[in-house]
Ligand binder design. Structure first.
Ligand SMILES: *Cc1c(COP(=O)(O)O)cnc(C)c1O
Length: 506
């Protein structure tokens, strides 16, 4: 069963936790007990291809899904829609360790690893709940999550998805990726304003009880698709097993020897999945938590004091520009022995004062597992250039942050344990910053990012990610633009089937 981090809800089944997304009165669902595997059991999974490994791992967590349901979902999620047959290929770089490429999915960022699967789990959860509602997923996005969710949810029976993004507030590549999405159940809407306006608009809709009741009468239920949903964290556990077993299979590692993982971190979802893999018995050493200039987590792991009252920096690794790292709540709950009262207290302090402080003992326990560091813009750009010049390996801006922090870790600790770095996005997704880094220049303000994409491919001889190439030649299917006030009427129109995907006034 799944329990609330704040002790304010009765335990629910896996499918119910996924259906609800988060605990209705606040808090996140975590598994009551983490399944434990022996080394022999882990070794027995060595030859499994990715979808079969996913089936096995998910089976330990989703025990109110039938084995057939899980098999059907994992086979469909990790197939032709990925542009690499290994799904999550591991590359070894001399004296640097492994790089786990998590960006071969349909939107070129690691979010696909979960979001190709979550929608399938969710539609099975709807069937189990038998309340026969149509589900409408509302997403406010600053870029990456929107497109990955759209791709994951498109044409999934019983579910519709509406993505709101800030008009002129996302990159050209991200905007085109969203606006050219096909599928009969997808809605993409620009909102006049910034990301906060989109987010607030969505929150207002969720919080409007009368509106939600009205929707329910018409047979509709709203839900959300971000990483607070267990259905997004659970699939991410799989690739840690896959990486480890790739190393033992290649003879780079004896079964049982530890490996560190380096994770470019924002909402703490990816690194938390690594922790669950370790807790299950996978021999993971340190979890190396890498932040960009928004280094709220680095400071927290150094001092035990979490403080979001600080300057927000817009960086070249935008998917890590975050000051409220939601999944830290789950980690604290796991580390403090499931003391929900303490968690509720921290979260109240965070809400009311903008900060909270944990006890020394808890901090020490976390420091034994997690090594945290940060990289600034200059360091990350220099790392892209250095790694390209030395290894001819091209990394994106987020992965580069991880690489800088890992370099700092080895320098400080002289630890020679093998490490694997998560590569969380294709370098082509952030081609403007990557190209500028290679040339040791500032990223230009107003050049067409799609031209740079081609230039980067020509310069490096690497083919552009198939999901990004030719983006400007695809038909734009969504051109609606609304104000924040109009967002609710957009939802109404979708439910009534009267929504029009373009704005005549614009
Ligand atoms: C979302 C994202 C991250 C951060 O992952 P979290 O699970 O939020 O910590 C890092 N890199 C890229 C490219 C992302 O899209």
């Amino acid at each position: 069963m799944y329990i609330s981090t704040r002790g304010n809800y009765s335990p629910v089944t896996a499918s119910k936790a996924i259906y609800l997304g988060m605990v209705p009165p606040g808090g996140l669902f975590v598994p009551e007990k983490v399944p434990k595997l022996s080394l022999d059991e882990i070794k027995a999974m060595e030859d499994l291809p990715y979808p079969a490994l996913a089936e096995k791992i998910l089976g330990y967590y989703l025990d109110d899904y039938t084995p057939e349901e899980i098999r059907e979902s994992t086979q469909a999620a990790y197939g032709q829609n990925f542009f690499h047959e290994d799904i999550a290929p591991l590359t070894l770089l001399e004296d640097m360790g492994g790089i786990l490429e998590l960006w071969h999915g349909p939107t070129a960022a690691f979010k696909d690893m979960a979001l190709q699967l979550t929608p399938r789990l969710l539609s099975q959860a709807i069937k189990k709940s038998d309340d026969n509602q149509e589900l409408l997923i509302l997403v406010a996005t600053s870029g990456d999550t929107g497109k990955a969710a759209l791709e994951g949810f498109k044409d999934v029976p019983g579910i519709h998805i509406a993505c709101f993004f800030p008009d002129k507030g996302v990159s050209k590549v991200q905007e085109l990726q969203m606006r050219t999405t096909d599928g009969k159940n997808t809605y993409v809407i620009a909102v006049e304003g910034n990301f906060d306006d989109c987010q607030n608009g969505v929150k207002d809709i969720f919080g409007d009880a009368a509106f939600n009741e009205e929707l329910a009468k018409k047979g509709w239920q709203l839900s959300s698709a971000n990483s607070i949903n267990w259905g997004r964290l659970c699939p991410q556990i799989v690739y840690y097993f896959y990486a480890y077993l790739s190393l033992t299979q290649a003879g780079c590692l004896e079964m049982g020897q530890p490996v560190h993982f380096v994770v470019p971190t924002g909402n703490f979802g990816n690194i938390l999945s690594a922790w669950y893999a370790k807790e299950m018995g996978l021999p993971i050493g340190k979890l190396i938590c890498a932040s960009n200039e928004n280094k709220v987590l680095t400071d927290f792991f150094a001092t035990g004091h979490y403080d979001r009252r600080r300057t927000f920096y817009k960086t070249s690794s935008p998917s890590m520009d975050i000051l409220i790292s939601s999944n830290l709540e789950r980690f604290l709950f796991e580390m403090n022995g499931h003391n929900a009262e303490a968690i509720a207290g921290y979260m109240r302090d965070l809400q009311e004062k903008g900060s909270f402080t944990i006890e020394e003992g808890l901090l020490q326990k976390m420091q034994e597992l997690v090594w945290a560091g940060s990289a600034n813009e200059k360091e990350a750009a220099a790392e892209i250039r250095r790694v390209y010049e030395k290894y001819h390996y091209l990394m994106d801006t987020h992965t580069a942050v991880g690489s800088v922090v890992y370099g700092r870790y080895t320098e400080e600790t002289k630890d020679e344990t093998l490490a694997v770095m998560d590569a969380t996005a294709s370098p082509f997704k952030f081609s403007k910053s990557v190209m500028a880094a290679l040339g040791d220049e500032e990223a230009p303000e107003d050049v067409d990012e799609l031209l740079i994409l081609d230039a980067l491919a020509a310069y490096t001889g690497n083919p552009a990610h198939p999901a990004l190439a030719g983006l400007d030649k695809r038909p734009v299917l969504h051109s609606k633009c609304v104000t924040q006030k109009e967002m609710k009427s957009v939802v109404e129109a979708i439910v009534q089937g009267t929504f029009s995907p373009s704005s005549s006034s614009k």
